[in-house]
Each structure stands twice: as structure tokens, then as C-alpha cells.
Ligand binder design. Structure first.
Ligand code: HEC
Length: 179
């Protein structure tokens, strides 16, 4: 287990979340998974205690903004090779299966730096996408979407209801794309 700054900031976010939760005790429980297992940042981004981004699907199926955004970004940047809903194609692996064993750090590394001939032999190339802002600015979104599919937390097909994007999320996105 890692006790770096990620752990510390996650702990602070946890404390902030519990403070907020007790202040709004009348709200219905937001998450399927118990809130203690994950934390949410002030701008609505969910993560596990070690800082790994994670989806949040409410009991009625409503998904967080990042999971929905990941659905859109996956289908514009990855779908052409990895198939609809990350189910794989004849020449690129099913990422829903890959994420059963590939952790977040390795996922980020492969997308940024590429990978060759690990999964298939004949000139099988995952391009390095580290310079592509349309991928890198949304990599956590894409990860949580595929992870939700991989865990069976969301059904296949077009997403239903979602939490809307906040102003803070929109600003972060513009800063990343413009920076
Ligand atoms: C031009 C086709 C292409 C595109 C576009 C593409 N990939 Fe890949 N990807 C591949 C191929 C082919 C492999 C298998 C490489 C190998 O055999 O080592 C792969 C492998 C991977 C792996 C490793 C999986 C494993 O089980 O080893 C990850 C993760 C991945 N891709 C994520 C993505 C994501 C996320 C996107 C979109 C942002 C994306 N890829 C876009 C072709 C592509």
C-alpha cells in the first residue's frame, strides 16, 4: 500500500465528504457501493481510497458525469479499434477483459506510451496517444467508463440518465484542452 500524497489527499477528501454528508443528512444515499469505500471531490469526481478514479452509479442507474463523458470519448477515440463498448475486435483486445487484471497505472501507461505485440503477435500495435489531448484530457473518464462496463455496473447500450457536468468540471476540461 502506498502512503504518498495521493493517500493523504484522499483522506482529506474523505473527511470533507463526511462533513458534507452529515450536513445534508436528509439527502438519499447517492451510491450503490457504500460511501465509505470511495470518496467524491468537490467537483463530483469519484475515487477509491488510494486515489484511483472510479465510476459512481446510483441505485436507479444514474451515472456520474465522468462515466458518461468516458462513454462518449471512448466511442470517438478507441472504438474504431477496440470495438463498440470495449468488447474487442479481430485485431485489438476487449478492454472490458483487460481491465479485469490491468490496473489504472498500467492502463494510463499503455495509452500514453503504446504497446506492441503483447496481446497479438503479428504487428499488433497500440499507438502511443500521450500527445493527443482528446484522449489524455479525458483518460480518467475513459478509464471509469470501461471499468464500469468491465465490472458489469452499467448495462450495454446508450447510457440512460446521468449527473450533469458542473461548471468546475467544464473549467478543468477547458484548461486541459487549452493548456
Ligand atoms: C489504431 C488502433 C487502436 C486505437 C485507436 C486504440 N487502440 Fe488500444 N490497442 C490496439 C491494439 C492493436 C492493442 C494490442 C497491442 C498488443 O498486442 O500489444 C491495444 C492495446 C491496448 C491496451 C492494452 C490491453 C491489454 O490487455 O494488453 C489498452 C489499455 C488500450 N489499448 C487502450 C486504448 C484506449 C483507452 C484507446 C482510446 C483512447 C485505444 N486503446 C485506442 C489498437 C488501438
Amino acid at each position: 500500500m502506498r502512503f504518498g500524497t495521493g493517500f493523504l489527499s484522499a483522506a482529506i477528501v474523505t473527511a470533507a465528504f463526511f462533513f458534507q454528508a452529515s450536513a445534508q443528512a436528509a439527502d438519499p444515499a447517492p451510491a450503490v457501493a457504500p460511501a465509505a469505500e470511495k470518496t467524491v471531490s468537490p467537483d463530483g469526481k469519484w475515487s477509491l481510497k488510494d486515489g484511483t478514479p472510479i465510476y459512481n452509479i446510483q441505485a436507479d442507474g444514474t451515472m456520474d458525469w465522468f462515466t458518461y463523458s468516458g462513454f462518449r470519448r471512448y466511442h470517438s477515440e478507441c472504438h474504431v479499434c477496440h470495438g463498440p463498448e470495449a468488447q474487442g475486435s479481430t485485431y485489438a483486445p476487449a478492454l472490458v477483459d483487460s481491465l479485469k487484471t490491468l490496473d489504472y497505472a498500467k492502463f494510463v501507461g499503455v495509452v500514453a506510451s503504446g504497446q506492441q505485440n503483447v496481446r497479438f503477435q503479428n504487428n499488433s500495435i497500440m499507438p502511443a496517444l500521450g500527445d493527443n489531448k482528446n484522449v489524455m484530457c479525458y483518460l480518467d473518464d475513459i478509464y471509469v467508463y470501461i471499468k464500469a462496463m468491465s465490472d458489469g455496473a452499467i448495462p450495454r447500450g446508450r447510457p440512460g440518465s446521468r449527473v450533469d457536468k458542473t461548471a468546475a468540471q467544464g473549467k478543468n476540461e477547458n484548461d486541459c484542452l487549452g493548456g
